[in-house]
Design a protein around this ligand. Structure first.
Ligand SMILES: Nc1ncnc2c1ncn2[C@@H]1O[C@H](COP(=O)(O)OP(=O)(O)OP(=O)(O)O)[C@@H](O)[C@H]1O
Ligand SMILES: Nc1nc2c(c(=O)[nH]1)N[C@H]1C(S)=C(S)[C@@H](COP(=O)(O)O)O[C@H]1N2
Length: 173
């Protein structure tokens, strides 16, 4: 059973000023697309680098999440620090994820280039950043999910299969 961490990074959602729409949107997208057994491990954290890093380490090392998806805190505002926290906890980066997600998002909004979203590997966990706008989640996950099952295989993170009618994953022979 693959554990998937879902991390909302938002000052206002963490303070209860608005309900978190991002985490539930990620979970709903995964429920629609992922057909192999998985369990969500959800976290809600303010835009504080030290706390985001602690959450990512706990999900990877403590909860054993093979995949960790963050939403929020990727922009240029002073408190947007999710990419810095991600880079700090990762052993290696996968810059292609951010490049592809920005390219796809650019079809939707010109401000897509403001997202510094990235991805990387910590041990046997793949960490992927998404922007905070709930509408961005499907754009970005739809772009990178075709490559995620093979990445999880390669790092020994666990098995993830998608419904090909929703998202066709590519596993090279
Ligand atoms: N978890 C969330 N739930 C609902 N809406 C969100 C969430 N995160 C972001 N948004 C919406 O997307 C916009 C841009 O997201 P961003 O991560 O830049 O938030 P922000 O302006 O830094 O504020 P905050 O960190 O308090 O959510 C927000 O202004 C808000 O309207
Ligand atoms: N697909 C998509 N990507 C998007 C957006 C969006 O609405 N849709 N918003 C952009 C905006 S306005 C910002 S500021 C950056 C960073 O957002 P974040 O700080 O919420 O992570 O993501 C960008 N990427």
């Amino acid at each position: 059973m693959l554990s998937i961490g879902i991390v909302t990074v938002s000052d206002r959602a963490a303070a209860g000023l608005y309900p978190d729409a991002g985490g539930p949107a990620v979970a709903a997208w995964l429920r629609r697309v992922v057909v192999s057994p998985w369990r969500p491990v959800t976290r809600l954290v303010a835009d504080e680098r030290v706390r985001i890093e602690a959450v990512l380490r706990d999900l990877a090392d403590g909860e054993g999440c093979g995949l960790i998806i963050t939403t929020g805190g990727t922009g240029p505002a002073p408190r947007d620090v999710t990419p810095e926290a991600t880079v700090a906890v990762c052993d290696r980066l996968l810059p292609g994820f951010g490049e592809l997600m920005r390219r796809e998002s650019l079809r939707v909004v010109p401000t897509a280039i403001l997202s510094r979203q990235t991805a990387g590997i910590r041990g046997r966990s793949l960490i992927v950043n998404l922007p905070g706008k709930p509408a961005a989640i499907a754009d970005c996950l739809g772009a990178v999910m075709p490559a995620i099952p093979d990445c999880l295989d390669l790092i020994g993170a666990g098995r993830l299969d998608t419904d090909p009618a929703q998202c066709r994953a590519y596993r090279p022979d």
